[in-house]
Structures are given as C-alpha cells and as structure tokens.
Design a protein around this ligand. Structure first.
Ligand SMILES: [Zn+2]
Length: 101
C-alpha cells in the first residue's frame, strides 16, 4: 500500500464512499474483483474504520502524549518536594526525641 495525493487510476475516487475529499489517500494497489476500479481509500473512511477498531485520532494521541510528558515532569517535581519534606519531617522527629529526653 502507498500514501498518495493524486488518484491516477479509474474511477479516481474513494472505493468506500465514492467521494473525492482532499487527500491523502491510501492506494491499496488492488483493483476491484471486476478489475474496473482501482481501490483507493480516503482519509475520512480510514479514520472511521480506525475509530470502529478502537484507535484514536492522531491529534488526540499527540495531545495525550503532550499531557503525559507534562504530568511526568510534574510527578518528578512533586516526588522531589515530597522527599525534601520527608527529610524535614524526619529531622523534626529527631529534634522532638532529643528535647523530650
Ligand atoms: Zn472515503
């Protein structure tokens, strides 16, 4: 299969929806069983098929990756703050023990 922007072979439209939306298309390199239609599939039909199979849209996936990266950094900063707080808490407990002895 190939990604194409220009539909060279007849009928020059998406095999599924029979439309010619803006590309890109997937050229399946296959013809219909009668051999009179080259099988291209448009981006809209591919996205619909992907949704049916449980895939997310590329924009949503990219957004999720950006959020994941930001949350990973935030998690790292919070762990560092917690470690510093736990160190202070430990020293505070040691001081309380010394002062009560
Ligand atoms: Zn289509």
């Amino acid at each position: 299969m190939d990604k194409v922007d220009v539909l060279v072979w007849a009928p020059g439209c998406c095999y599924i929806c029979k439309c010619t939306p803006e590309g890109p298309y997937v050229d399946t390199r296959k013809d219909s069983s009668w051999g009179d239609e080259h099988i291209y599939i448009c981006k809209d039909c591919i996205l619909e098929m992907a949704r049916l199979l449980g895939f997310e849209e590329p924009k949503k996936v990219a957004h999720a990756y950006r959020c994941f990266g930001a949350l990973t950094q935030q998690n790292k900063r919070l762990k560092e703050k917690l470690a510093a707080f736990e160190e202070i808490e430990k020293k505070w407990e040691e001081i309380k023990c010394l002062s009560s002895a």
